[in-house]
Design a protein around this ligand. Structure first.
Ligand SMILES: Cc1cc2nc3c(=O)[nH]c(=O)nc-3n(C[C@H](O)[C@H](O)[C@H](O)COP(=O)(O)OP(=O)(O)OC[C@H]3O[C@@H](n4cnc5c(N)ncnc54)[C@H](O)[C@@H]3O)c2cc1C
Length: 492
């Protein structure tokens, strides 16, 4: 992709799209374009050059073909709830929005599959499957608003992914528009396909390899029994140790979520969830499966919690109590707004056994810097979501919070973890990629990207640090890359 001097190519794309698409599919008015200038990470804002509100898969393919013909970048957008700036538009590019593509084409009970358009809201898949005794297992906290296409792009997780796996474990097929506009089928209804795992490559690729226009998902049978527990502990160390003990004993709960004292304070202020008074940490533990198995596991979980200092062990008696327990956890991100004007939602992963040590290190970082950090996270997966609190109106606080947030990622890497568990790299964390991967690792990923998108028009500027040649950091590599030499890839 070369620079679009004066936006001449973008103007040509606008004209062509206006010829080919229905008038109400195109947004060119500056005020309306600004609606799309950011995703859930509002810190980054770019007004898109033009927006396509695709009304059919064919319109997605058409828009991409026009972009390819004019060498103009495109960015996919589902519901815009992403937390890493993945759907941040390109000023000289086209934002392709899938929110009108909301048809659930099929619920195939016999195959345990549903075929849905990419703009379908995550929770709506479960609602459609419910009359058949099924649901869609991956449950991001944003499941009432985020789209399946966005979930595929981010390989999204959720509280119940501990037992059931992430989006990648529940998508078996995609209809996909490649960056040259070709419509391809990846996978299908069968559990596996021969050859390289291109479906697996596309899932989690954050819109950098093309746009999904239809998604075949696996449906999961609703469990016979569900038991939800709220356990209060004196400290996060105790709650972390209980988590490791439960899983170490061979019990795999559907979910184990932890919140520390500051996160509890925020949730109480926002939704009055009635969590135990004086708790340094709470665990929300959910067990599901055949009733006899759940009963047996429940007794063992109680034992492990009490052995590690749980002073309160509350069991939801009915759906209303279960909903109240989950409300505190699910509202936690937004609730933090009650105790701090601004905050950063961090997303990192550590091995589960490192939880106590890393939480202590985060607490030390917080007290030495004076920056408050609330912790709310998927404890069973070791997927941390530290919420770094600050007041942007106070000079220096934003920078101090950024610094602490970055140091938390360093702690995750040092503990053998990752810079993101489920929110993706996007624009926000691309600079951290070299901290986790060697140049050779990044080169290999770039080669894959270039194989799909040699023009580099699919969501440029995301995931990988820039400027880069396909696989190169200028000044750090010797010689020209063989793909660049062959004219297959260019500088970006
Ligand atoms: C309050 C809150 C709670 C959240 N909780 C969780 C959580 O528990 N777990 C979790 O994993 N995430 C969570 N998220 C993050 C976010 O909801 C997920 O990343 C979600 O998958 C994004 O979906 P979206 O439709 O909003 O995608 P968008 O934000 O619109 O886009 C996200 C990325 O996907 C790409 N994309 C979108 N559609 C397509 C498509 N059809 N084909 C190819 N690429 C596409 C975009 O280019 C972008 O890179 C949370 C966000 C919020 C605001």
């Amino acid at each position: 992709m070369t620079t679009d001097i004066g936006g001449a190519r973008l103007q040509a794309v606008r004209r062509r799209l206006a010829e080919l698409l229905p008038a109400d599919s195109l947004v060119t008015d500056r005020a309306r374009l600004r609606t799309y200038e950011c995703d859930g990470l509002a810190h980054y804002r770019v007004t898109p050059g033009v927006v396509v509100l695709a009304g059919a898969a064919e319109e997605v393919a058409l828009a991409i073909r026009v972009c390819a013909e004019h060498d103009v970048p495109f960015v996919a957008r589902g519901s815009g709830t992403g937390l890493s700036g993945g759907a941040l538009p390109h000023a000289d590019g086209v934002l392709i929005v899938t929110s009108r593509l909301r048809a659930i084409r099929e619920v195939a009970e016999g195959d345990q599959r549903a075929v849905v358009e990419p703009g379908v809201i995550n929770l709506d898949v479960s609602k459609a499957a419910q009359p058949h005794g099924y649901y869609y297992a991956p449950d991001p906290s944003s499941q009432q608003i985020c789209s399946i296409g966005g979930n595929v792009a981010e390989n999204s997780g959720g509280a119940h992914c501990l037992k059931y796996g992430f989006t990648a474990n529940h998508v078996t097929g995609l209809e996909f528009v490649a960056p040259d506009g070709a419509v391809v089928e990846l996978g299908g209804r069968a559990p596996d396909a021969p050859g390289y795992d291109l479906l697996g490559t596309v899932i989690g690729s954050e819109g950098t390899l093309g746009i999904a226009t239809s998604v075949t998902v696996r449906l999961t049978r609703k469990p016979e029994a569900v038991t939800t527990v709220l356990a209060g502990f004196p400290t996060t160390d105790d709650a972390g140790a209980a988590t490791s003990a439960i899983i170490g004993a061979g019990i795999l709960p559907a979910a184990i979520e932890m919140m520390d004292a500051l996160a509890i304070e925020a949730a109480e202020a926002a939704v009055h969830c009635d969590y135990p008074d004086g708790a340094g940490a709470v665990l929300v533990i959910e067990l599901d499966g055949p009733a006899a198995e759940v009963d047996e596991e429940f007794a063992a979980v109680r034992q492990h919690c009490e052995a590690h200092g749980a002073f309160e062990f509350r069991v939801a008696a009915d759906d209303a109590e279960r909903a109240l327990i989950w409300r505190g956890r699910k509202s936690a991100f937004a609730a933090v707004g009650r105790i701090s004007p601004d905050y950063i939602v961090q997303d990192g992963v550590i091995p589960r056994t490192a939880l106590p040590e890393v939480l202590r290190a985060i607490a030390a970082l917080s007290s030495s810097s004076g920056v408050r950090v609330a912790n709310v996270f998927h404890a069973g997966d070791g997927n941390l979501h530290p919420l770094v609190l600050f007041d942007d109106a106070q000079p220096g606080q934003g920078d101090a919070a950024e610094l602490v947030s970055g140091k938390i990622l360093d702690l995750c890497i040092e503990a053998g973890g990752s810079i993101t568990g489920e929110h993706g790299v996007g624009v926000d964390k691309s600079a951290y990629m070299p901290r986790m991967f060697t140049d050779a690792d990044l080169d290999t990923m770039q080669m894959v990207r270039c194989a799909f998108d040699p023009r580099h028009i699919a969501n440029p500027g995301k995931v990988f640090p820039t400027p880069r040649l396909c696989g190169e950091v200028p000044g750090r590599h010797k010689g020209t890359h063989q793909l660049a030499e062959a004219g297959v890839a260019e500088i970006f």
